[in-house]
Design a protein around this ligand. Structure first.
Ligand code: NAD
Length: 211
């Protein structure tokens, strides 16, 4: 089902289509169209059709899409039809805020572990049943990890070192919030989140529009 040639913006839009489709599903609306999805997301209907065409035929011409079916298919493409176990690495301001974000559980991202180095935080409870453990426990861990994704919210000066520990421990994906480029490794998928880069994209757009 997955094609290596699919552009990243398409994948991001698929996640947005899915969010909109969930809303329709919750409202009990059975059918939608590329025009309706496009209007809700402020993009072109041709873009929606192009994005979906990477993955085959989803709707019948003139009939539109079955909301339930399209929702399930996009979940399958994104790998979000099942629960993903996640660990928070670095339980500071950001790590703590993310771990309490209710949308995570709603979208089947389950926090199952948390690691830090701060003695005052070790063994305190982040969430029910989730004590904060010392990162060295991860380093010494010989058995299989109980999570596949790590949300990395440590200071940038230790981000690479901590990422290396995670990779050696067998993590499959790292969502990196530290403002550094981590060295890539074939064993892991790295996705960076940096809202300052988004702000700079915004200022570029503002300058282009008004100057
Ligand atoms: N991407 C974004 O949009 C965004 C926004 C804000 C902050 N950040 C970045 O996120 C990171 C966290 O920010 P914050 O404000 O939560 O910082 P913070 O100082 O509040 O939290 C960092 C936590 O990491 C822990 N830590 C330090 N070294 C560690 C190690 N080796 N292993 C495990 N844990 C360790 C600290 O004890 C602390 O609890 C920083 O890199 C910051 O620049 C990113």
């Amino acid at each position: 089902m997955k094609s290596p040639k699919v552009p990243k913006p398409t994948i991001k839009r698929l996640a947005m289509y899915n969010r909109f489709l969930r809303e329709l599903r919750e409202e009990g609306i059975p059918k939608t169209s590329s025009h309706e999805i496009a209007e809700a997301l402020n993009i072109k209907a041709s873009q929606v059709r192009k994005d979906l065409s990477y993955f085959g035929e989803f709707g019948k011409r003139g009939v539109g899409y079955d909301v339930e079916n399209l929702c399930l298919k996009i979940h399958k493409i994104l790998g979000t039809e099942r629960v993903w176990n996640v660990a928070i690495i670095g339980v500071g301001n950001l790590g703590r805020a993310i771990s309490h974000y209710p949308e995570l559980e709603k979208y089947k991202f389950k926090i199952v572990a948390a690691y830090d180095v701060d003695k005052r935080k070790i063994n305190s409870i982040l969430l029910p049943g989730i004590p904060i453990k010392h990162i060295k426990e991860l380093k010494n861990k010989n058995d299989e990890l109980d999570f596949e994704i790590a949300i990395l919210t440590v200071p940038s000066n230790v981000a690479q070192e901590v990422a290396n520990i995670l990779i050696e421990a067998g993590v499959k994906g790292i969502l990196n919030f530290a403002p550094v480029t981590l060295n890539s490794d074939d064993r892991v998928v790295i996705e960076n989140v940096d809202f300052v880069i988004s702000l700079k994209t915004l200022t570029y757009e503002i300058v282009s529009k008004y100057d």
